[in-house]
Design a protein around this ligand. Structure first.
Ligand code: TXA
Ligand code: MG
Length: 345
C-alpha cells in the first residue's frame, strides 16, 4: 500500500476525515506521541489498527474524544453511568491533555476495542490538529501509538513512516510532539485511583485535585503478571539493539556502546553519544528520548548504555519507558563493565 504524508493543515485534515469516514486508519499527531486512529464505531477500522500494528487483540485501545466532556461521552453510550466524580474532576483539570482515564465501558464501546474488558481507556488530546480532526469527525477515534507492537512510539511523521510505512494509507504531519512520551494512564475503577502508566501529568499534580497522590502500580515483574494487566507488558518501547541501564551517573564509558546521557560531561565519550535535554530541563529529555533511542538503534552500535535518570517530575515516566526498553543493567566494577540480563524478559 502507498502511504502518503500530508501536512496537518485544513486540506490534510479533510482528507484524513474522508479516509476515516470510509473505515480506513490514519496516523495523526497528538501532544504526546503520534496515534494510529480509526473510527471507534467501526469494527473494520478497529481490526485494521490491530493488524497494521501487529498488536495482539488482548491489548486494548484508547478512545480519543472530540470534546473534554465525560458526561457527553456517557450520554453517547461510550461510558457507563454514573461517571465517577473523581474522573470528572480530573478531566476538568487536565483535559484536553496528556491524561488517560480507565472507566467502566458503555454499550457503544466495542469489546474488540477494549480487548473484551468491561472498562475503557479515554482521553481528549490537546494537539490542535488532533482536536481539529476529531471535531470534524464529530465522533471518537480509537487510537494506540502509531508504532509496530512493542517498538518505540513515534514522535514525528518520519518515525511513523519508519514504523508503519506501506501498511497505512495516510500520515498527517503535525511536526514533533511537544511532550514525547505517552499519556499518564489512571485507573478509576479500582477501589482507589492508581497510576498504570506514569506520564506528563504527575501524581503531585493529581493530588491537588484528588486530595492525595494516586500510587503507581508496581511494574509487572513477570511475563504472566504482565499478561493479566493490560499495558503492563514488561518488554515494550524497545529498540532492536540491546539497551542496558546504569545505576549511577556515567564517568567511565563503554568502548563499544552508544551512550545516552542526562548530564553534561567534562570529557564526553569517544564513541557515539547523545546528551538528552539540557540540565534543568527534564521535559526536553522526555521530548527527545524516543528520537534518541531511534538514533542509537540506527547507529550500528552493539549496545546502548543509558546513564541513570536524575530526579525530576518527569523521572518516573522516563524510568518506566527505559525499564521496559531495557535488556538488563550495566555496572562498572572499577575494572570492567558487567552487563546483567533483566529477569523475566
Ligand atoms: O499518549 C497516548 O496515550 C497515546 C496517544 C496516541 O494518545 N496513545 C497510546 O496508546 O499510548 P497505546 O495503545 O499505545 O497505549 C495505551 C495503553 C496500553 O498500554 C493499554 O494496554 C492501556 O493503555 N489500556 C487501554 N485500555 C485499557 C483498559 N481498559 N485497562 C487498562 N489499561 C488499558
Ligand atoms: Mg503504544
Amino acid at each position: 500500500m502507498e502511504t502518503r504524508t500530508l501536512p496537518a493543515d485544513p486540506a490534510g485534515i479533510a482528507e484524513a476525515a474522508r479516509l476515516l469516514g470510509e473505515g480506513r486508519v490514519v496516523a495523526f499527531p497528538t501532544e504526546t506521541v503520534y496515534g494510529l486512529g480509526g473510527l471507534a464505531s467501526r469494527l473494520d477500522a478497529i481490526s485494521e489498527i490491530f493488524s497494521a500494528k501487529g498488536r495482539p487483540s488482548t491489548d486494548p485501545l484508547i478512545l480519543h474524544l472530540p470534546q473534554p466532556d465525560l458526561d457527553k461521552a456517557a450520554a453517547d453510550g461510550w461510558l457507563a453511568r454514573p461517571v465517577p466524580s473523581k474522573a470528572i474532576q480530573l478531566a476538568q483539570a487536565f483535559w484536553p491533555g496528556p491524561l488517560t482515564l480507565i472507566l467502566k465501558r458503555g454499550p457503544k464501546a466495542h469489546p474488540e476495542m477494549t480487548a473484551g474488558l468491561d472498562t475503557v481507556a479515554v482521553r481528549c488530546p490537546a494537539h490542535p490538529a488532533a482536536r481539529a480532526l476529531l471535531q470534524k469527525l464529530g465522533a471518537p477515534l480509537a487510537a494506540p501509538s502509531a508504532n509496530r507492537f512493542g517498538c518505540i512510539s513515534p514522535t514525528d511523521a518520519k518515525a511513523v513512516r519508519e514504523e508503519l510505512g506501506g501498511k497505512i494509507p495516510l500520515i498527517l504531519d503535525g511536526g514533533s510532539c511537544s511532550i514525547g512520551l505517552e499519556s499518564t494512564v489512571v485507573n478509576l475503577v479500582s477501589r482507589t485511583p492508581e497510576i498504570l502508566r506514569p506520564g506528563a501529568v504527575t501524581p503531585d499534580q493529581m493530588a491537588k485535585i484528588l486530595g492525595q497522590a494516586p500510587p503507581l502500580r508496581p511494574n509487572a515483574t513477570s511475563v504472566e503478571m504482565s499478561q493479566n494487566a493490560p499495558g503492563q507488558l514488561i518488554s515494550h518501547y524497545a529498540p532492536q539493539c540491546p539497551l542496558y541501564l546504569c545505576d549511577s551517573p556515567l564517568e567511565i564509558f563503554h568502548p563499544e556502546a552508544f551512550h545516552l546521557l542526562f548530564r553534561a560531561k567534562p570529557s564526553p565519550p569517544k564513541g557515539s553519544f547523545i546528551l538528552l535535554g539540557q540540565e534543568g530541563h527534564p521535559d526536553s529529555a522526555a521530548r527527545e528520548l524516543y528520537r534518541a533511542l531511534r538514533t542509537a538503534d540506527a547507529s550500528g552500535s552493539k549496545r546502548i548504555l543509558v546513564e541513570n535518570v536524575p530526579d525530576s517530575p518527569w523521572a518516573e515516566a522516563i524510568r518506566d519507558r527505559l525499564l521496559r526498553a531495557s535488556s538488563g543493567t550495566a555496572t562498572w566494577n572499577g575494572q570492567t563493565w558487567k552487563l546483567l540480563p533483566r529477569r523475566g524478559v
